[in-house]
Design a binder for this molecule. Structure first.
Ligand code: GLU
Length: 418
């Protein structure tokens, strides 16, 4: 499929191929798991505030539903394309399997820069997108969630549009909803909290103390900002953060709650908070620190900059931030990688809790959510670590092989229809 052939899709397939080779994956499954099970491309005519009609392109890709309904976020970004969405959907499949969630992977996207739209335009775009993907989503089919450029408000519009079509409220059709619509406590910070849990496990494994840990976080959105706040609460020193426009560095450590207060009043400009010296995103990646957390877009760490990274641990908050060539360089340099499908799985894990609560109409406490999240992540971490030591393979390959193996077993047990 030519439209799939983009660099992000090639990265996801190259990772899959490497893991499939190492585990001698049944050849009958290989081609099927390389390609998505179902891909939908939709064109979305939207009436703009000035009366013009603009047509946007949207996608929903379901990579594999052998283990349950498919699950994954919706991304609003100008660079979204079918290949990227398909890659992200494939990563969701392995991520859900590794965490032991009864889901397959999916992802959606709309090619749009959401900040250029008014609130009303964003609502019309979202409702039209939800109406177009309506036939393939649902609480037992495919459950969207937020991702880059989307949030709880957008999930509410999707939930409402879906509910209008079927004639009754269906909170379980999306996760990442506001609490008032049946959202879950702790969903907002879940990905960041999971990144921190996995990082604390890695520090323990490497005999490093959290008090002497310095952290640099690339990306200050839903993942990066909560990661920075929570890891500081745990006792680490956050020395740098950045967003797409650049970042700040302060060797003494940034006071994250104060930074967050100022950030919102400076129109999301980190340098304008005056809490550290200005640095670029590229400078941030090369800082001398214990933990580097890329939590923005994919393919940030490549063959061009990997040799210059100075971190001990790379905790991948983003999906696909590291290319395969870069992996090899980091491994040679002794960087301990917590791969994306493990490090950032906190988001989909709490999405699963939200979905269960929505289906049961019975809600859990914040302590319950945090405790269960931590148990799932720490157990996935230790299983991956043991696998990697036993099989003498990288943490990335260990995580991928464990996820792929569970999906392969499901396929073989179900057999081929017809
Ligand atoms: N977008 C998040 C991810 O990439 C969360 C997906 C979900 O909660 O379904 O893992």
């Amino acid at each position: 499929m030519q439209e799939l052939d983009t660099h992000t899709f090639r990265l996801a397939v190259a990772q899959f191929d490497q893991a499939a080779d190492a585990m001698h994956l049944d050849p009958r499954l290989r081609e099927r798991l390389t390609l998505p099970q179902r891909s939908l491309i939709v064109s979305l005519p939207v009436r703009m505030d000035d009366g013009r009609v603009e047509v946007f392109t949207g996608y929903r890709v379901q990579h594999d539903s052998s283990r349950g309904p498919t699950k994954g976020g919706i991304r609003y970004h100008p660079d979204v394309n079918l290949g990227e969405v398909a890659a992200l959907a494939m990563w969701m499949t392995w991520k859900c399997a590794l965490a032991g969630l009864p889901y397959g992977g999916a992802k959606g996207g709309v090619q749009v820069s959401p900040h250029t739209l008014s609130h009303a335009e964003l609502e019309r775009l979202t409702r039209r997108y939800a109406a177009e993907i309506f036939p393939i989503i649902g609480p037992d089919k495919d459950v969207p969630a937020p991702d880059i450029g989307t949030n709880a408000q957008i999930m509410s519009w999707i939930m409402d549009t879906y509910s209008q079509q079927v004639g009754y409220a269906v909170p379980g059709v999306v996760t990442g909803k506001p609490l008032t619509l049946g959202g879950s406590l702790g969903r907002d910070e879940a990905t960041g909290r999971g990144v921190v849990s996995a990082t604390l496990e890695a520090l323990r494994h490497l005999n490093l103390s959290v008090e002497n840990t310095t952290v640099a976080v690339q990306g200050f959105g839903n993942v990066g900002s909560h990661t920075a706040r929570i890891i500081q609460e745990e006792g680490a020193r956050v020395i740098a953060v950045s967003n797409s426009r650049g970042g700040i560095y302060n060797a003494k450590g940034l006071d994250i709650p104060e930074l967050l207060r100022r950030y919102h009043t400076t129109g999301n400009s980190l340098p304008d908070t005056k809490m550290g010296e200005s640095i670029t995103n590229e400078d941030l990646l090369k800082l001398n620190c214990t933990v580097l957390v890329p939590s923005a877009l994919s393919e940030q760490i490549t063959v061009h900059n990997a040799a210059e990274l100075r971190c001990r641990i790379l905790a991948e908050g983003a999906n696909g931030p590291t290319t395969l060539d870069a992996d090899r360089i980091l491994e040679d340099n002794g960087v301990f990688i917590i791969p994306d499908i493990l490090a950032n799985s906190g988001g989909v894990i709490v999405s699963y809790f939200e979905w269960v609560q929505s289906l049961q109409r019975f809600f859990w406490s914040a302590e319950d959510i945090q405790g269960r999240l931590q148990r799932i992540i720490t157990s996935a971490f230790s299983r991956t670590l043991h696998f990697s030591i036993e099989r003498k393979t990288s943490m990335r390959m260990a995580a991928l092989m464990s996820g792929i193996d569970l999906v392969a077993q499901a396929h073989l047990q179900r057999g081929l229809h017809p």
